[in-house]
Design a binder for this molecule. Structure first.
Ligand SMILES: *Cc1c(COP(=O)(O)O)cnc(C)c1O
Length: 370
């Protein structure tokens, strides 16, 4: 079989051979081995979140990609008389706002620049003055740029004013340490195919049990009813609808490999090293990062287009693609950037090859100094 291209993207990501081969089994949805695997995975997810059932936390797996998991939370935990404050500094915050609009959930949008850390004093002012707010949502690593938002500090404010706290940690969970309890998070969402390095197929939510129980009967859809999904998983260990059997088997193996790497700290170390090597190499080639270093996380990095008349992203992308290196377009509203992910089965030797390919492509495009 030809070697797969390497994915320097925010997901799906490059996965290990062993994760891929773990999928090569057909299990029925009621198979004992499968049900045991689901149970094990759900309890390992709590462990990764630094919480336990005894402390009042639950994990709920939902079929579909990450967005389905977020929509499950947004559409089923906010009651009819609720009001969502959304802290936005990128496309994924905007996506939550869109969900609220579709589900006719009253919302307050606090929009910050894409290279700006949301202002804690502005958030506090809003929480203090807007008594209608019942829930607050924010993105942990805004994958639009790679910026890391201060969820612990935001969590302190959310709880100071007695609101429910929802965090989209899609691109950070498993690689950026978060203590869900200390950060006062009620619902944190991620998916199978990001930093845990499984294959796409489902999302998961770690929820505060009391907050989850409050969601009973609030759902605006049948399939994405978070409470009903949890109730189903708890009662007989099964999913309400066709389970992502193969993706769960791969995920179980992916968690084993994460643990072997030293858990979240071990993975954080490898991704940070990837990021550092990437930034140093890109700077040496003349590229500039979009974010100042102090705001930049190690998950994904945005780079400005080179200021050179010969540069054209489409050509740049496809020439790299031909060399087996898959990068990602930008998603910024005002600036031309492209993104390079540091996550997945990517190691320093892979970053070295990527940098070499980028240098070759620049030469092929006739781009020297910029
Ligand atoms: C990847 C991602 C999502 C979910 O995207 P899907 O394509 O539905 O998996 C949501 N939020 C953030 C911050 C992400 O990085």
């Amino acid at each position: 079989m030809a070697k797969d291209k390497l994915l320097f993207t925010p997901g799906p990501l490059t996965t290990s051979e062993t994760v891929k081969s773990a999928m090569l089994h057909d299990y029925g949805s009621r198979d004992i081995v499968f049900i045991e695997t689901v149970k094990k995975v759900r309890s390992q997810l709590l462990e990764l979140a630094g919480v336990s059932k005894e402390e009042g936390y639950e994990s709920v797996i939902m079929q579909g990609s990450g967005t389905f998991g977020i929509e499950a939370v947004i559409s089923s935990v906010i009651p009819a008389n609720g009001h969502l404050l959304i802290i936005i500094n990128g496309a994924y915050g905007e996506r939550i706002s869109k969900m609220a609009t579709i589900h006719k959930i009253p919302q307050t949008r606090m929009v910050f620049e894409e290279n700006e850390i949301p202002s804690l004093s502005a958030i506090e002012k809003e929480l203090k003055s807007n008594a209608a707010i019942t829930h607050v949502a924010v993105i942990h690593c805004e994958t639009t740029t790679g910026i890391i938002n201060p969820i612990e500090k935001i969590g302190d404010l959310v709880k100071k004013y007695g609101k429910v706290f929802i965090v989209d940690a899609m691109s950070s969970f498993g690689a950026v340490p978060v203590n869900v309890k200390e950060a006062k998070i009620d619902f944190i969402i991620s998916s199978s195919n990001k930093c845990i390095e499984g294959v796409p197929g489902f999302s998961f939510t770690i929820a505060n049990r009391d907050a989850l129980c409050q969601a009973k009967g609030n759902a605006r859809t049948l399939a994405l009813d978070l409470y009903a999904q949890w109730e189903g998983l708890e009662s007989n260990g099964q999913f309400r609808f066709t389970p992502p059997t193969h993706a769960i088997l791969a995920f179980n193996q992916a968690i084993n490999e994460l643990m072997k790497e030293g858990g979240i700290p071990g993975r954080a170390k490898r991704y940070s090293r990837n990021h550092q090597q990437l930034v140093e190499g890109m700077r040496a080639l003349g590229f500039k990062e979009y974010l100042p270093i102090e705001k930049q996380g190690y998950i994904i990095t945005s780079f400005h287009y080179p200021a050179h008349p010969n540069f054209n992203f489409k050509d740049f992308y496809s020439k790299l693609n031909d060399k087996g290196q898959v990068i990602y377009p930008g998603k910024l509203s005002k600036v031309d950037c492209f993104r390079i992910g540091n996550i997945g089965q990517i190691y320093p030797k892979d970053i070295e090859v990527l940098l070499k390919c980028i240098a070759e492509v620049l030469e092929e495009m006739g781009i020297d100094k910029f």
